[in-house]
Every structure is written in C-alpha cells, then in structure tokens.
Design a protein. Structure first.
Length: 138
C-alpha cells in the first residue's frame, strides 16, 4: 500500500501547503527559435534560463539581444541592457554584478542597476579556452 503525504514548504517558519502557493506575476516572452534553422534544436534554444540575485530576476533575450532585470516581487521590468546579438545562455550573477555572454562574441559585466562595468571581446582571449578549462576574471 502506498501513502501520499501532502507536500509542505517551510517559509519563515510558517508551513504552507504547496497548493496555497500561487504565482505573484507572470511574464510573456517570445517563443525561442533554434540558432540554426537547418539543425536540431540545441538545449539553450529550448527555453529561457532566468536567474535570481537579491530582489531581481535576470533574463537574457535571443530575439533582441537584451538582458532584462525584473523585480522579483512585482514582475515590473527595472532595466534593459542591449548587446549586439542574441543572448542564448543564462547569465551568471553574484551579489553585485551580472555577467552575460552574447553571440556578438563579447562577455559583459553589469552592476545590478544595469550599468556596464566592462566588456570583454572574445578576440582578447584568443586562443579561446577549451570546454575543460575555466575563465576566471578578477
């Protein structure tokens, strides 16, 4: 005999039934398209990869090359930064900065207010690291 137990999430020491948790907001984004029409869909092309840091949600857009920052509590867009090509991968964040790569061959570093801190052109990294190596920036 199987027993099903209700799933409970503890938030601030208050038990909430999972059924009681409702989305606070939603955002309609354009459908993702394959990077190359003649090939199979690659994993990054299958869906958006939002990341959170503090009170912000960051989403890279392939349709217009923008990185958007959204208030996590309200769903209101806080700022938008445009690169020169599609953003296909999830940005990386820390407590002060957000890093995003674009198909324009650049790595961008922005603060959480959307100000560009620096931009690294891939030509500056030649030869590019292999998939087994990591790039550390101080």
């Amino acid at each position: 005999m199987r027993y099903l137990l209700p799933v409970v999430v503890l938030i601030s020491h208050l038990p909430l039934a999972l059924a009681d948790i409702k989305p606070q907001w939603s955002l309609d984004l354009p459908a993702r398209k394959p990077a190359w029409e003649h090939t199979q869909r690659m994993t990054p092309d299958s869906g958006y990869e939002p990341v959170t840091a503090g009170k912000l949600v960051f989403v890279g857009m392939e349709t217009n090359g923008a990185l958007i920052a959204i208030d996590a509590a309200t769903g209101v867009e806080q700022w938008r930064f445009y690169t020169n090509a599609p953003i296909r991968w999830a940005p990386a964040v820390d407590d002060q900065r957000v890093y995003v790569g674009s198909d324009d061959g650049c790595l961008y570093c922005l603060d959480h207010a959307g100000k560009l801190m620096w931009k690294l052109v891939a030509d500056d990294l030649w030869p590019l690291p292999s998939y087994r190596e990591m790039l550390f920036i101080r």
